[in-house]
Design a binder for this molecule. Structure first.
Ligand SMILES: Cc1cc2nc3c(=O)[nH]c(=O)nc-3n(C[C@H](O)[C@H](O)[C@H](O)COP(=O)(O)OP(=O)(O)OC[C@H]3O[C@@H](n4cnc5c(N)ncnc54)[C@H](O)[C@@H]3O)c2cc1C
Length: 536
């Protein structure tokens, strides 16, 4: 039994970020991870002999530039490259839209002059509010506190800082902000654009990881959430980590270890130790006890509070609310080993479009129907599939001449209706996803020589993502900002002394951002310094 400063439950990229900052500040840190590898949902594995790919998360944009710089991730081996085009949307009638730097407006104009004229205004509005979000990403949101203690003073300052950011917005921009936080993406896009593919390229971001229609209130926020990133200084752009997303976790682990953190794999936590209403350490599945001054949790909040904490350590209200925490992003993920690159009917042959996120979801109506069908049937018979072929940018993933594709499929039920199990339907749905791509790129199915399938149930089993939720909890207004993971605990501090949230279940939520890990480390360090100051 050893006493250390911090034990972190989970070596997802946020746990690793938190560990690196804390170890750099001189704290004794140990990270304990249930799986054999670090990185959580940001991992690269060989899924078919000779073919490696990002297993779950597959594309990078949201990873915060300050964190990349502070942890010297480039020096620790991380290289992020841009796609040569951002998105390619083929339509069944043979038309298509290819977006990217310097080409979007002309491509939209070919489909609709009206939409090309509306594009700059909409993009500017989205970008302005994305900038606001960027300012909030590395800040704790205003937290509701009871009483007039030190916490209340800290929050008064925090609220002032928040107000200052918002005060810099004009009234018109504040109205845009309200729209983007509360409205449906579908309505906002229908108001501005007329062509299906133009609406779809924005609208797809509103349903990624969001088990809801693009016409559901709040879906505009999910669209915004996918827009606050950047690649190598270019805002809103998505790119690729050479070696796959695992390169991010590996670089973070190197940074954390170099700063002195210890990282143990195959070291799942069975229980958080609670003593005198304080988190005092963890017990591992193998029986090892690790005592620590602070416990930081990188796992989904519902998992933490309903599976790893003694029930009597929490108030009834807190426990019940955590049981009701809404999980289930409705996503189905595949990796496919390809003997050849696909050729799309709408744009045959090789080209920059094969480096893009290829979106098979040609209209908002298609997405709305897919969601309705998934609700009734468990998955949509006309599904939405994003195809990304990272081997077009990275020759470390597949044998020469061969390729790997990530398929990210939206709107499958987290739990199937009528008592059906994903264990009985995984292969059937995987066949459907491949056949769907094949409709747009004939020959795709024949070129698939191997595949890895992750249904929502598989995501839960492999990664601890409850309900397969890619964000550790829906990005709905009642689970965002000051309410993430629950009102009163948005400052990364849990309901017990010594307990902290450092994963995607805390602000700013899911995605490979590093932000919750960064912000939690700041809260732990502030408390640590206050403790030693008070002891003189
Ligand atoms: C299929 C899929 C596709 C995605 N695509 C993208 C994308 O392209 N781009 C993007 O930015 N984001 C994407 N995301 C979202 C993003 O990957 C996640 O939101 C993010 O990785 C969460 O990071 P985290 O460190 O907070 O948690 P996680 O990555 O979930 O890490 C938590 C860690 O805790 C471990 N753990 C669980 N239980 C225990 C226990 N009892 N004891 C010890 N350890 C435990 C887990 O094994 C895991 O390693 C995707 C996610 C998924 C699942």
């Amino acid at each position: 039994m050893t006493e250390i400063d911090v034990v972190i439950i989970g070596a997802g990229h946020n746990g690793l970020t938190c560990a690196a900052y804390l170890a750099k500040a001189g704290l004794r840190v140990r990270v304990v991870e249930r799986r054999k590898v670090v990185g959580g949902a940001a991992v690269t594995e060989e899924f078919h002999p000779g073919f490696r790919n990002s297993v779950a998360a597959y594309t990078v944009s949201l990873l915060n530039p300050k964190i990349i710089a502070d942890l010297k991730l480039a020096e620790h081996g991380l290289t992020i490259v841009e796609r040569r085009a951002q998105n390619f949307l083929p339509a069944p009638d043979g038309t298509s839209l290819l977006t990217g730097e310097g080409r979007t407006k002309a491509a939209v104009a070919k489909l609709s002059v009206h939409d090309a004229e509306a594009l700059d205004g909409f993009s500017r509005r989205l970008e302005t509010i994305a900038d606001v979000l960027r300012e909030f990403v590395l800040r704790a949101p205003p937290n509701l506190v009871e009483g007039f203690g030190a916490g209340a003073i800290r929050e008064a300052f925090n609220a002032l800082g928040t107000a200052n950011i918002l005060r810099n917005l004009s009234l018109e921009q504040q109205r845009d902000l309200l729209d983007l936080f509360t409205r449906s993406a579908g309505e906002m896009l229908d108001e501005r654009f007329e062509h299906d593919l133009v609406k779809a390229v924005f609208g797809f971001d509103a349903i990624v990881g969001n088990y809801a229609s693009p016409y559901a209130a709040g879906s505009a926020y999910v669209m915004l959430h996918h827009a606050f990133g950047e690649v190598n200084g270019k805002k809103g752009v998505w790119g690729h980590a050479i070696g796959g997303m695992g390169a991010i976790g590996q670089a973070m682990a190197r940074a954390a270890r170099e700063a002195g953190a210890e990282i143990s794999c195959e070291a799942g936590v069975r229980e958080v130790i609670v003593e005198k209403e304080r988190a005092a350490g963890v017990v591992l599945n193998n029986g090892e006890t690790i005592r620590a001054r602070y416990v930081a949790s990188n796992v989904n909040p519902k998992l933490l509070y309903t599976q790893l904490m003694p029930a009597d350590a929490l108030t009834e209200d807190f426990r019940v609310r955590m049981q009701r925490w809404r999980n289930g992003s409705g996503t189905f993920r595949m990796n496919v080993a390809l003997s050849a690159l696909p050729s799309f009917t709408a744009l045959p042959g090789n080209g920059d479009h094969l480096t893009a996120g290829i979106i098979i979801a040609p209209s908002l109506t298609y997405m709305d129907r897919a969601w309705q069908d998934a609700r009734d049937h468990g998955w949509s018979r006309a599904p939405e599939v994003e195809v990304l072929i990272p081997s077009t940018l990275d020759d470390t993933l597949a044998p020469e001449g061969a390729h790997v594709a990530s398929l990210f499929c939206q709107h499958v039920a987290p739990e199937l209706p009528d008592g059906k199990s994903w264990d009985d339907h995984r292969e059937e749905v995987a066949d459907l996803m491949i056949a769907t791509v094949d409709q747009y790129a004939p020959g795709f199915a024949a070129s698939a020589v191997g595949r890895q399938i992750l249904s929502p149930l598989d995501l839960e089993r492999q990664f601890g993502l409850l309900g397969g939720d890619i964000f550790h909890g829906a990005l709905s207004l009642n689970q965002l900002f000051s309410a993430r993971p629950i009102l009163g605990h948005a400052d990364y501090r849990g309901p017990l002394e010594g307990l902290y949230h450092c994963g995607a279940g805390a602000h700013p939520g899911g995605g490979v951002t590093g932000a919750p890990g960064h912000n939690a480390a700041r809260a732990i360090l502030a408390d640590h310094r206050a403790l030693f100051k008070s002891r003189g």
